[in-house]
Ligand binder design. Structure first.
Ligand SMILES: Cc1cc2nc3c(=O)[nH]c(=O)nc-3n(C[C@H](O)[C@H](O)[C@H](O)COP(=O)(O)O)c2cc1C
Length: 176
């Protein structure tokens, strides 16, 4: 198989990186990552995504404090809060979470290709931590917009082996 292929290489070498050196990433690279995010497939082409890009250190620290498993954000070069506009007028997207997840994965793969590390931080309606509510307040995210997740991105200070092979028992050919 063509493992030298850039896309396959990025997919297999992408790992969750949770240690960064905090150095800034050039603006044009962040723009390219956002372009890749907006290239994700979208059910009914609704394109529900919104991206809140955070480079400000004080804000990254505040978000790190608002997420129970997001401490690494305080060392990240930037974070992208992936949000979903679930309805526009009478039009409702039943696919917004899938669409936003596809956009998130594009972000992770694009940053891998740029030599950066990243980790996806989940945001759900957790009664205990109220992550989405805290982010809404910190960043002025409107009530009608859902918060899907956060990408923490930066120059990696750890390395992990690439993925290889398939998981046991999960591939079913022709039938289950
Ligand atoms: C929906 C989702 C939520 C996640 N939330 C967190 C998180 O809050 N904190 C964290 O450190 N990693 C989080 N991760 C990363 C996973 O822990 C990681 O993808 C998994 O352990 C597999 O490792 P890999 O990404 O290196 O292949 C999340 C991943 C996904 C897809």
């Amino acid at each position: 198989m063509p493992e030298e292929n850039a896309v396959i290489k990025s997919i297999l070498s992408r790992r969750s990186i949770r240690s960064f050196d905090g150095k800034p990433v050039p603006a044009e690279q962040i723009d390219k990552v956002l372009e890749c995010a907006c290239a994700a497939p979208s059910g009914m082409n609704f394109r529900p995504w919104h991206f809140v890009v955070i480079e400000d250190r004080a804000k990254l620290n505040a978000i790190a404090g608002a997420h129970p498993y997001g401490r690494m954000l305080s060392q990240a070069s930037f974070g992208i809060i992936v949000c979903g506009e679930t309805r526009r007028g009478d039009s409702v997207s039943p696919w917004w979470e899938q669409d936003c997840s596809a956009a998130m994965q594009n972000i992770l793969l694009a940053v891998t290709d740029l030599g950066l590390g990243s980790v996806w931080l989940g945001v759900n309606h957790n009664e205990q931590f109220k992550i989405a509510e805290n982010l809404r307040e910190l960043l002025g995210i409107p009530e009608k917009i859902e918060v899907m997740g956060i990408a923490a991105v930066g120059y990696p200070k750890e390395s992990k082996p690439a993925h290889s092979g398939t998981d046991e028992g999960v591939i079913h050919k022709e039938e289950w």
